[in-house]
Ligand binder design. Sequence first.
Ligand code: GLP
Length: 242
Amino acid sequence: MIVIQTSSYEELSRKAYELMRPVLIEKPDAVLGLATGSSPIGLYKEMIADYKAGNVSYKKMISINLDEYADLPVEHPESYRSFMNRNLFDHIDIDKANTHVPDGLAADKEAACNEYTAFAAAHPIDVQILGIGANGHIGFNEPGTSFDAHTHLVELKEGTRRDNARFFDNDIDKVPTHAVTLGLADIMQAKMIILIANGTAKAEAVRRMIQGPVDTACPASVLQTHPCVYVVVDEAAGYYVK
Ligand code: GLP
């Protein structure tokens, strides 16, 4: 793992984009593994700005998102499909038909999960963007998830729902109880991973991810065994790993 310390969220976003950019330039048909949450928003702004400057085209690219809430209508402003459209896809030239977000509404969730796993396996991710939960989750792979897991339905931990209540009028009861996520085994297939973490709330999770044992208690610790991971942090999130 290569840890890159930065001194502001803007610098963090720029550094993350500097790492990602060569893939976009060298591989016009790259497969992008994308994440939601507050952490990658600055990186998405960098992607949009460079696209608008005429330097990159997403016309032939494919994106595969990590996760989606279960049984939340896609039109809901906080569905991860809505998030991706609003924060990235609506502002670049990617073909929406080539953007993939897990189906949280499928009646047969297991079948939909297996299809998503098969799609990801057939389209190896060139660069995977990740955030990290305060409890060390990546995607929605909560503590205790097997490192061998593929796309699956998860019951969200109360802490995760509390963290995400800020997007649902600060009302935990409005936060979906379940989600569908790519599994850790799927994420580990990515050729290169860029994990972004900012703010004090992430400091302990970042420490456990980098310095703790490789243990399902901290799902992100599995990244210690991946050959190409960049962890881009601001001072607060990187506090324990200086
Ligand atoms: C969310 C998402 C994750 C994200 C993490 C951190 O619940 N499912 O993919 O990385 O939690 O989110 P944020 O970047 O908003 O802190």
